[in-house]
Design a binder for this molecule. Structure first.
Ligand SMILES: [Zn+2]
Length: 96
């Protein structure tokens, strides 16, 4: 079967969803951020599969450090996040 269907060709054009960093406001594709999502009363760090309100920070040591220091996710979620979330965020960046 000949595959020259223009619909298939169009389908190959990548639609890259973009996200914004809570720290530097950089807009980039999802993969360059660490996601923090609120699932029920729990906060999940670095999991793209869970469904919930979420915010993003660059996978960048400076951005993460500043975010942790200033508790920037507290603003995004309009509540005080548990200390553990920020610890996980720092640890996430250190993962290989
Ligand atoms: Zn950033």
């Amino acid at each position: 079967m000949k595959i020259d269907n223009p619909t298939i060709a169009t389908g190959k054009v990548k639609h890259v969803p973009t996200r914004t960093c809570v720290c530097c406001r950089k807009v980039s594709e999802k993969s360059s951020f660490i996601r923090v999502a609120k699932v029920g009363d729990e906060f999940v760090v670095g999991n793209d599969k869970v469904f919930g309100r979420s915010a993003y920070v660059c996978k960048d040591a400076q951005c993460v450090a500043k975010t942790v220091k200033k508790r920037l996710f507290d603003k995004s979620f309009k509540q005080k996040l548990p200390e553990g979330v920020y610890e996980e965020l720092t640890a996430f960046l250190e993962k290989p």
